[in-house]
Design a protein around this ligand. Structure first.
Ligand SMILES: Cc1cc2nc3c(=O)[nH]c(=O)nc-3n(C[C@H](O)[C@H](O)[C@H](O)COP(=O)(O)OP(=O)(O)OC[C@H]3O[C@@H](n4cnc5c(N)ncnc54)[C@H](O)[C@@H]3O)c2cc1C
Length: 456
């Protein structure tokens, strides 16, 4: 009899509870079901498809070295998965299936359907978060506010740090690696390491060299001050436990102080946890609904021309345009710019946050439903710890503060390369570069009025 590990968003061989549990049974094999039709429906970015294929091939190499047979199977659509899994288990005489629990509503439904369809047990283990999503307040309810959640989370981690599991020992003789086919339009993701070893080196280098200045540098998009590990975390090439363990190994007990540099990085990992547990406890948020129900009534303007100008990085606000062009060119955007561009879409252009949420999903290599939704609802003031609706980023002062010399703008908006450090934040129409498409003050007033309408 053979145990099966079903890989999903956990494409690594180290610190992998499901792989370890299956390997402990003596004889095991592994499977990944591709769902290209589902990826189309979920508007997965071409760069992310390429990254996923590379990550699967890298995982196939690791499993082949361990002597674990690995199949990559095209299941077509998510809905076909229970039948595909049943077939696979029958074909390979599988006695038990191990996988990691996923937190989003569709994935949970899929897993329930699989459990019902299978005649062998499917065991779901915790993996996605540092602490399981079931960490609750003293009154038994889920946390809805970040700061107390993070305080509790930090205390739990400090008192009982999670362990990282070793890679299982090689079982049989080496096998030829499986190969993942191309499954849709791709864009080169070569700048993003997809090999487990390379990702771990990236983590180590960040924790060793940059975590100690993270708090001071993380807001400046022209400085490589953040880890750029979001894509690896989103596909599970890396576990959050590995991040915590490495950070602790390099920075020691400083990490428990949320105001220290390394502690600020841990806080960001806790934001990821927070948005995942929100998506778990309040599934409506990833089904297109606002966390704050009253904000559903906001009469967004939804002007398609303004939306297109924002997508193309032609709003006439250089910092917004630089961010949107970074996204289009590289498939990633700096966090400060995600906040500025998202706020601008909702509060300057009065476009529904769901349009922006979808556009980010279509472009991002690190697209993550829970974090993306949390970020968008925060920016639109419709979410949990949302920015209060009357606090509206001024894109010009944000630009002066976080890209003072305009280095980042010059890189992504070359039309403005010759502007002075002062003029670059508010150049007006220059050659081919457009004048601002909306007036900051007037837009601000409209936003206040939109929110006032629903508060009255
Ligand atoms: C509108 C908007 C949309 C976003 N969409 C996504 C998304 O689709 N996927 C995604 O991973 N992050 C998203 N974020 C959060 C954040 O912008 C990215 O995680 C971060 O920029 C990734 O860069 P990094 O790996 O260098 O982060 P670092 O600063 O090095 O942070 C370390 C890790 O912590 C997590 N993290 C950091 N900040 C946040 C945050 N605010 N919320 C949740 N997790 C965080 C990420 O996993 C990140 O890799 C979004 C934020 C906003 C405002």
């Amino acid at each position: 009899m053979t145990a099966l590990v079903w890989f999903r968003n956990d494409l690594r061989s180290l610190d992998h509870p499901a792989l370890s549990a299956a390997a402990a049974k003596g004889h095991c094999r592994a499977v990944y079901f591709l769902c290209p039709q589902q990826l189309d429906e979920h508007v997965i970015a071409p760069i992310r498809r390429h990254y996923l294929r590379r990550a699967l091939n890298a995982l196939a190499g690791q499993l082949a070295d361990l002597g674990i047979p690995f199949d990559i199977i095209d299941a077509g659509h998510f809905r076909a998965l229970p039948a595909a899994l049943v077939d696979y288990c029958q074909q390979h005489n599988i006695s038990e299936v191990f996988a990691h629990e996923e937190l989003l509503v569709d994935e949970r439904r899929r897993d329930r359907a699989c459990q019902q369809a299978l005649t062998v047990p499917l065991t779901l283990l915790d993996d996605r978060l540092l602490h399981p999503q079931r960490v609750l307040k003293d009154d038994g309810g889920p946390y809805k506010v970040f700061t107390p959640y993070a305080r509790r989370g930090r205390a739990l981690l400090q008192s009982a740090p999670p362990n990282c599991l070793r890679r299982p020992k090689a079982i049989d003789s080496q096998l030829p690696p499986a190969e993942c086919p191309v499954f849709g339009e791709e864009k080169d993701s070569g700048d993003w390491p997809a090999e487990e070893e390379a990702v771990l080196n990236q983590l180590r280098d960040f924790c060793r060299e940059r975590a100690e200045a993270y708090r001071e540098q993380r807001d400046f998009p022209s400085v490589p001050g953040t880890s750029k590990l979001s894509a690896a975390l989103a596909l599970g090439l890396l576990s959050p436990r590995q991040c915590l363990a490495r950070l602790h190994a390099e920075a020691g007990n400083d990490i428990w102080d949320p105001k220290s540099n390394p502690g600020t990085w841990l806080n960001e990992l806790l934001w990821r946890e927070f948005y995942h547990q929100i998506a778990f406890h309040f599934p409506r948020v990833v089904m297109g609904r606002a966390f704050q129900a009253d904000t559903e009534a906001i009469a967004w303007g939804n002007d398609a021309k303004l939306f297109a100008a924002w997508q193309q990085g032609r709003t006439g606000y250089p910092i917004v345009d630089a961010g949107m062009r970074q996204l289009a060119e590289t498939g990633w955007m700096h966090n400060r710019l995600r906040m500025i561009t998202a706020s601008f879409l909702c509060k300057h252009l009065h476009i529904d946050w769901r349009w922006g949420e979808r556009h980010f999903l279509e472009q991002l290599i690190d697209a993550d439903f829970a974090s993306n939704n949390g970020g968008w609802q925060w920016a639109a003031s419709t979410g949990t710890d949302a920015a209060p609706y009357f606090r509206i980023f001024n894109p010009t002062t944000q630009s002066q503060r976080f890209d003072a010399q305009g280095q980042f703008i010059r890189h992504y908006v070359p039309e403005l390369a010759q502007q002075s450090d002062k003029a670059i934040h508010q150049p007006g129409e220059v050659g081919n570069y457009p004048a601002p498409i909306v007036d900051h003050r007037a837009s601000r007033e409209t936003t206040l009025a939109l929110f006032q309408q629903i508060k009255d």
